[in-house]
Design a protein around this ligand. Structure first.
Ligand code: F6R
Ligand code: MG
Ligand code: MG
Length: 369
């Protein structure tokens, strides 16, 4: 059976600044999706939040980019926004950039990661959701999961994974895409995705020589560039990703392994700082210190004819305690740099800046050298 898994998210209001989502907003979204499930329009759903982002996880059989599913998500965000406005939550409706829905969520503000695939005999999936960062924050973990044999033992010792994987990489500034194969093109892959503000991994597929799995996506990342869409600052993208696991794909433990290392990502306070991404449980997905540090949660589900069995709160496990500790240590360390790079982002990547104003103000006091 072909199933579509859609993860659709938007920041429609924060409780006490940009920290978390009020439970009433989640309830409002649940009502919309419950209705849709009762009417047989979707198979199943799960509503959660990470930081100030409301997350809708939906299964259905309408394929990717379905106007019906996107409209439903839009309606859920609109309903949640109405409540957010009543409660005067912070930034109520901030990610809904258009006044009315027009066929597809593309360019409308919410972030979307979705894929259609043949549900296997058993289908474990992990859904990762980040707050206070950008889509390129997924480059390092997705690369490690599908291309790094020091992370994923199966790349070396599982005959079904030995052929490697294809990486679809988007140049979000040049608006182009390229597909490169791992392992033979890993130097080229890394040359691109190390520039994580520009080149982002969009999808991963089994390599063409893989006879074990159909050529369907095994991972997908949301890449909606809010800044470009709105033409002004409206918050970092706060990306989500879906990764399928096991039986010829990286094992769930291999999928989680990269998150034991809290790598540096850009975002955090005012979308203008580098900081560690801290893996946390669903209940600890509540940025606080300096509006962060940036967080990631990982929810595991088993699909059963499209039904979402779970979730398992994967990154909440004690095995990630050291990563949390390290992330907090890095936080203490890097915060002491205050307004200096590389804690503060370089000029062209900052979401907030006064640099032009300062330059203009001082223009007649600058002397030639
Ligand atoms: C980061 C983020 C927050 C805000 C910050 C200032 O993505 O959303 O760090 O940028 O709280 O917000 P304003 O300017 O709305 O007071
Ligand atoms: Mg926000
Ligand atoms: Mg957010």
């Amino acid at each position: 059976m072909k199933v579509t898994l859609s993860v659709i998210k938007a920041d429609v209001g924060g409780l006490a600044g940009h920290s978390r989502v009020h439970p009433d907003l989640k309830n409002e979204a649940r009502l919309v999706l419950e209705n849709a499930r009762d009417e047989g329009k979707i198979i199943d759903f799960y509503v959660t939040a990470v930081g100030d982002d409301l997350q809708l996880i939906i299964t259905h059989n309408k394929g990717e980019g379905s106007p019906e599913i996107h409209k439903m998500a839009w309606d859920a965000f609109i309903k949640a926004t109405e409540v957010a406005k009543k409660l005067k939550l912070y930034g109520a409706g901030q990610d809904l950039l258009k006044d009315s829905f027009s066929g597809n969520l593309k360019g409308m503000g919410p972030g979307v990661a979705e894929m259609e695939f043949e549900e296997r005999k058993s289908e474990p999936v992990a859904i990762f959701m980040m707050d206070k960062t950008e889509p390129g924050a997924f480059n390092l973990p997705i690369y490690k999961i599908f291309a790094d044999p020091f992370n994923t033992a199966g790349l070396v010792i599982d005959p079904n994974m030995h052929h490697g994987f294809d990486f679809e990489i988007w140049d979000v500034i040049g608006k182009k895409a390229v597909t490169l194969h791992s392992p033979d093109e890993i130097y080229d892959i890394l040359a691109l995705i190390g520039s994580k503000g520009r080149y982002v991994i969009k999808r991963v597929y089994p390599g063409k020589e893989n006879k074990h799995l159909p050529h369907e996506p095994v991972a997908v990342v949301s890449t909606d560039k809010l800044q470009e869409i709105a033409g002004k600052y409206v918050g970092k993208d706060d990306p989500v990703a879906i990764v399928r696991a096991q039986a010829g794909l990286p094992a769930m433990g291999e999928v989680l392994e990269p998150f034991a290392y809290p790598h540096l990502v850009s975002g955090w306070m005012r979308g203008s700082h580098n900081g560690p991404i801290m893996p946390v449980s669903e209940k600890d997905a509540t940025p606080s210190r300096f509006d962060g540090p940036p967080r990631v949660i990982g929810l595991g589900f088993q699909l059963s004819e499209g039904r979402l069995v779970g979730p398992a709160d994967l990154l909440g496990d004690v095995a990630f305690d050291n990563a949390r500790r390290l992330a907090l240590e890095i936080t203490d360390y890097i915060r002491r740099m205050g307004p200096f790079e590389p804690h503060r982002l370089p000029d062209e990547e900052m979401e907030y800046t006064t640099l032009n104003e300062v330059r203009n103000k001082l223009s007649n006091r600058f002397r030639d050298l």
